[in-house]
Design a protein around this ligand. Sequence first.
Ligand code: ADP
Ligand code: MG
Length: 701
Amino acid sequence: MPLNSLDTSLQYIKGVGPRLAELFRKKDIYSIEDALYFLPRTYEDRQHFKPLKDLIVGQRETSFGVIQRLAFVPMRSGRGKIFELVISDDSGWIVAKWFHYNAQYMMTKFKIGMHVVFTGEIKLFKYQKEITHPDIEIIEDMKKDSLHFGRIVPVYSETEGLFQKTIRRIVKNVLDQSLSLIEDPLPEDIRKRHALWDLKTSLREIHFPTHADSLPALFSGNHPARRRLVFDEFFFLELGLLLKRSHVTKEKTQSFPTSQSLKPKLLTSLPFQLTQSQITALAQIEQDLSHPHPMNRLLQGDVGSGKTLVALLSALSVIEQGHQVALMVPTEILAEQHTKTLQELLSPLAINLGLLKSDMKKSEKEKLIFDIQSGSITLVIGTHALIQSDIAFKNLGLVIIDEQHRFGVEQRLLLKKKGHNPHMLVMTATPIPRTLALTVYGDLDVSVMTELPAGRKPVKTKVLREPQRLKLYEFMKKEFLKGRQAYVVYPLIEESEKVDLKDATQMAEHLKKIFKEFRVELLHGRMDGSEKNKIMLEFKKGHIHALVSTTVIEVGIDVPNSTIMVVEHAERFGLSQLHQLRGRIGRGSENSFCFLMAHYMSSEEAQERLKAMEEFQSGFKIAEIDLKIRGPGEFLGTRQSGLPGFRVANLITDQTWLMEARKEAEFIIEQDPYLSLPQYLPLKEALKSRWQNKINLMGAG
Ligand code: ADP
Ligand code: MG
């Protein structure tokens, strides 16, 4: 049957009835295109087989033979039977064994005299070669079964009821029926430059490789067919992101020349000099602000690198022109802190600043909302409360989002919509490798601050076990006597029924007894705002020695006199969280110490994380390791990235291709920011069909 689109349901493929279609749907394969891009998990070399006598014990091998005997052999334990097939060829024989199986099924499937291909690890049992739970396939007719025999054969990931041979047959039919529909959207010159195969050939060869010697390349992921598909995937992702960016950045908006009066005043009042990183980042931001197109910039800087100040200095240009700035942060504690910091910094400048929280007195809130709307408050700091529908600005010129990884794409957009194409600065302390940044933040311009303010000392980090607890307490006491302060952080706030967690509340009581002559207080997310605030304030003033807390203090908190961070159940925290927590200390001139209390029985992954913390300080290094441990999918989290997943490419191993693809996409968008030239029509079409609903090609993102 002729097909007209790759979107067509798989049911239109020869051999796919409702039952098979349902099984494929379980693998998320709905359309013909889904099937085309359902790539083999691995391959088997069935071009020629080793004689059975030459199979090497300890290796994974593929071979071929005839079934000589079927048997159910009692297990030595007396419980149950092993299903055995004796398979032979001219050179010898081998036993295939199953410990778990459906007897009925095995009896109907296998018959003496059948030819079978099998793959698995060869073992030795009582001097006899055997193979347990092999991948096994019956070859009905050695000549006719050319799809499964006498060639390099694709191996797909299976589902219950959906077997290799079926998948292979259907994929073959998909290729036969649909390849003629495929037009290669990649411009010829790009293909030439990177020596890329055309799309049709690549799809055909990735499923059914025809070159006898292509196996090593297939195994290493370096096969030209795969390379082409990887390039494709990266290229269209980057093209989409860049197109989105050009829609945003080409919109018109108010421009703000760099502040001439407020900024110099603030700079002279600072007790320190800006770091070179701060100067560079600020210059980039000011440059963006001075253009009549909205800025869309990410400021990446390790914890403690001084992003708040850069944000504030940027805001001054906007405020100086009488426009408003909104700063959104993920927690109330952080909002309070920023407000205080900024109030102090801004006191010589006569700038009206407001703090918007969700739990405010009604009358206070109403007044604040009025002042924001009338424009008498020019700098508004707030939590998610900022994006509520009752908040309107008079003339919002700049939106700043702190700890942006804590917000979703929609929340950032909602805040932006409070103004007319305002400039946007998003900040994060979760630095990610450049290649990854190109995928998650590919539509943003990026400023990176690598430097920390002068005089910061590395935080000494140590993993501790339970028996060292008392020593730790002694150490803390000594530090308290020197006037230092500590955070003690717990993963949960109340003991859950099953998990044996010492919860923060209980621990605060315990520590109050241990540190009788000092002040210990508890802070957690479920306390009401004013109470939290009071405790943070006293901690900041140095009146509290140990602050026992849940992870509410994870992001942003800045109390330079605090030099000790104790993380309880450290094995339960992720790497970036541990790094954020450690970032709370090491902010002053004194030596700082981070103690990670961990259980002996921590998982291997947890051990790796803790070791990385002991070994490395830099957020970039930590992020790299995190990425390695968790893999890009989990590391990025799809929720906040809002990006399509990858079907072929691997973000880690295919990085160079990502860079190449990005360059080509940049080149095109530079020449034709909206892809409106006729020669790019196929590109635009391909982009639409691939990233449907995922990247809004008309901008506004
Ligand atoms: P982060 O980048 O993690 O948000 P902050 O903005 O909280 O970091 O800054 C951390 C601390 O460093 C604050 O106490 C801030 O006053 C201080 N700071 C910022 N810039 C400098 C600088 N150039 N020199 C010294 N201290 C600085
Ligand atoms: Mg911060």
